[in-house]
Write a protein that binds this ligand. Structure first.
Ligand code: ATP
Ligand code: MG
Length: 349
């Protein structure tokens, strides 16, 4: 049941980048909400706009990026905030962990130094108390000998340990929303499972919402309450995880689920399972952006924009002429591609 006010709401987000070849639209009209304590998975293949969306939420896009739309945090639009005002939103309201922990850890400072600084930035407390809190955080994220590890430098830690330190740094701010951008992609499968389990446990304990950016559908099945599927800068499907996993509406979602790695498939191989590639923002196809790769595309998909159709009374959405009620009257369609992506399960009803 979704009845709480959203903690975070993204409404009609557009992100354009200035490039030598002219402006490109990396994100085009993305909307979704995250409620308190909820885990939302943001999924899609490489280049679909997941990181740009996450960075936009943190207002970390940097120069050359133009952002339009609304991002409200606790009802307050943060798109117009100054960098100084944003600094208090980052941390307290939301914080982000990245795929590569070295990009956020400073190699010149010890783990303890960075943790104590972050703890003191967000909480008024003595240095001695902050050291205690830093030790406690390292312990909570599963670092053995936390007191001793305070003196370690990032390069002295393993990849999994660094990711744990990143999580400790994120927790030091007591954020209400944790944005985790592919937090385990660089780790091996055993460590990945441990880190995801850790994030899940801490999410409950700290009562945080989680935006989990991933292209791993097995992780989605394990962790998510709701799923937002992105393709070529747009949301193509969204809804409750359980429903989307059971009955995907968009041919792209169906195809992504067929990429769930099994113990015998190699993950990198699984990610290339959909024929073709996400179009670059420089060369977006007209009509449905997925149509050149879609086995069930028909004449209408090639020209006009496809709206995001509300389904199940608005509980879920799909940007496909063939989903739900939008599918009625489509029986006369003329298939226009020979791609091998199957259509949504729904149509077999
Ligand atoms: N600073 C930038 N300047 C120009 N284009 C950019 C910039 N950052 C991202 N893009 C483009 O925006 C699109 C979306 O990129 P994004 O990093 O969000 O993809 P992603 O879904 O996170 O992919 P991955 O799974 O590989 O991390 C890509 O085509 C990318 O090349
Ligand atoms: Mg990314």
């Amino acid at each position: 049941m979704r009845n709480a006010a959203p903690l975070l709401a993204v409404h009609d987000l557009h992100v354009d980048f200035d490039t030598p070849a002219g402006p490109v639209a990396a994100v085009s009209g993305v909307s979704f909400e995250i409620e308190p304590n909820e885990t939302v998975a943001l999924v899609g293949e490489s280049g679909s706009g997941k990181s740009v969306t996450a960075l936009a939420m943190m207002r970390l896009l940097g120069r050359g990026a133009t952002l339009r739309g609304q991002i409200t945090c606790d009802g307050r639009d943060i798109t117009g905030l100054t960098e100084k005002q944003m600094r208090s939103v980052r941390g307290r309201a939301m914080t982000m962990i990245f795929q590569d922990p070295m990009s956020s850890l400073d190699p010149l400072y010890s783990v303890g130094n960075q943790l104590v600084e972050t703890v003191r930035l967000h909480n008024r407390m003595s240095r001695a108390r902050a050291v205690e809190r830093a030790t406690e955080l390292l312990d909570q994220v599963g670092i053995a000998d936390p007191r001793g590890r305070l003196r370690a430098y990032p390069h002295q830690l393993s990849g999994g340990q660094r990711q744990r330190v990143m999580i400790a740094l994120a927790l030091a701010c007591s954020p209400r929303l944790l944005i985790a951008d592919e937090p385990t992609t660089a780790l091996d499968v055993t460590i990945e499972a441990q880190i995801l389990e850790l994030i899940r446990g801490l999410q409950r304990e700290y009562r945080m919402s989680l935006l989990l950016v991933t292209h791993d559908m097995a992780v989605v099945a394990e962790m998510a309450d709701r799923v937002v599927v992105m393709y070529a800068g747009q949301v193509v499907e969204s809804g409750a995880a359980e429903q989307i996993l059971r009955q995907p509406q968009h041919p792209y979602t169906t195809a992504l689920f067929q990429c769930i790695p099994t113990p015998v498939t190699d993950r990198s191989a699984a990610l290339t399972a959909i024929p073709g590639a996400v179009p670059s923002p420089h060369e977006l196809p007209p009509g449905c952006r997925f149509h050149p790769r879609c086995a069930v595309a028909f004449d209408r998909c090639v020209t006009g924009q496809v709206p995001l159709f509300p389904l199940d009374g608005g509980a879920r959405h799909s940007r496909c002429w063939l989903s739900g009620d939008a599918a009625s009257g489509r029986a006369d369609r003329t298939v226009v591609t020979s791609a091998s992506v199957p259509g949504p399960a729904r149509r077999r009803r």
